[in-house]
Ligand binder design. Structure first.
Ligand code: Z5A
Length: 216
C-alpha cells in the first residue's frame, strides 16, 4: 500500500498558500500521516535550483534552461523525498508539480508539449498525482491579488497574455483528466473556495475510511 499523492496548482494569486494550509489541516485531522512539500524545491538541491529560477536578476535564463532546471529539481525531489515517502504509506501534499511545467513552460513559454512529455516520461516514469486541485480564476483577478505583494519574482513579473496562456493550459489538462484534476473556482470568496475543496476532500477521505475498515 502506498500513500496518496495530492497536488495544488493554479495561476498567480489563486490563493494556493491559503488553500494548501487548509488541505494539510483536513488530512492531518483525519489521522493520516502527511508530508507537505513544494516545487520547484522540496530538497536541499531543489531549493537551490528554486532560488536560481525565481531570481528576477536572472533575466538571461533561456526557456530551455528553465524547463531543464524544473525537471532537475523534480528528479531530485522524486527520488529523495516523494517516492520514499509514498512507499512508506505516508501521503504527500505538493505545492505545484508537473502540471505547472505544462502550464508555465508549455503554455506560458510556448515550449512544445512533446518536448515536456519526453522529459516527464524520463523523470517520472508514469508517476502521476492521485488528486490535483486546480485553483482557477481569470488572469487579471489573479494578477491584481498577486500585485499586493512587495516584490514580484521572475514569473510574477510576466504580462497578462503569459498568465492567460497558463490558465488556458491548466484548463486543458483538467478537461483531459477530469477524474484527477478538480477545478476550484477561486474567484469566489475564500470561505466558498474552501467549501469546494472540502467537497472533493470529503469524497476521498470517506473512501479511505471505508477501505481501512474493510481491511480490519
Ligand atoms: N513554476 C514553473 O514555472 N514550472 C514548474 O514546473 C513549477 C513552478 C513547479 C514558484 O511557484 C513559481 O514557479 C511559480 C510557477 C513556477 N510562479 N510564480 N509566481 P510558487 O507556487 O511558489 O509561487 P506562487 O504562484 O507565487 O504561489 P503562492 O505564493 O502560493 O501564491 P498564490 O497562489 O498567489 O497564493 P496566496 O499567496 O495564498 O494568495 C495571493 C493573495 O490573494 C493573498 O494576498 C491572499 O490573501 C489573496 N487571496 C487568496 N484567496 C483569496 C480569495 N478567495 N479572495 C480574495 N483574496 C484572496
Amino acid at each position: 500500500m502506498t500513500g496518496k499523492f495530492i497536488t495544488l496548482e493554479g495561476v498567480e494569486g489563486a490563493g494556493k498558500t491559503t488553500c494548501l494550509k487548509h488541505v494539510e489541516k483536513r488530512i492531518k485531522e483525519a489521522g493520516i500521516d502527511l508530508c507537505v512539500t513544494r516545487e520547484p524545491g522540496g530538497t536541499g538541491i531543489g531549493e537551490k535550483i528554486r532560488e536560481i529560477l525565481l531570481d528576477r536578476g536572472n533575466f538571461e535564463i533561456l526557456d530551455e534552461t528553465e524547463l531543464l532546471l524544473m525537471f532537475a529539481a523534480r528528479a531530485q525531489h522524486l527520488n529523495e523525498l516523494i517516492r520514499p515517502t509514498l512507499a512508506a504509506d505516508t501521503w504527500v501534499l505538493c505545492d505545484r508539480f508537473t502540471d505547472a511545467t505544462y502550464a508555465y513552460q508549455g503554455g506560458g513559454r510556448e515550449i512544445a508539449h512533446e518536448r515536456i512529455a519526453e522529459l516527464e516520461q524520463w523523470v517520472l516514469q508514469g508517476l502521476k498525482p492521485d488528486l490535483t486541485f486546480l485553483l482557477d480564476l481569470p488572469a487579471e483577478v489573479g494578477l491584481e491579488r498577486a500585485g499586493q505583494r512587495s516584490s514580484p519574482d521572475r514569473f510574477e513579473s510576466e504580462n497578462i497574455a503569459f498568465m492567460e496562456r497558463i490558465r488556458s493550459s491548466y484548463l486543458d489538462i483538467a478537461r483531459q483528466e477530469p477524474d484527477r484534476v478538480k477545478i476550484i473556482d477561486s474567484s469566489q470568496a475564500l470561505e466558498n473556495v474552501l467549501l469546494q475543496i472540502d467537497e472533493v476532500l470529503d469524497d476521498l477521505l470517506i473512501v479511505m475510511y471505508l477501505q481501512a475498515n474493510e481491511s480490519d
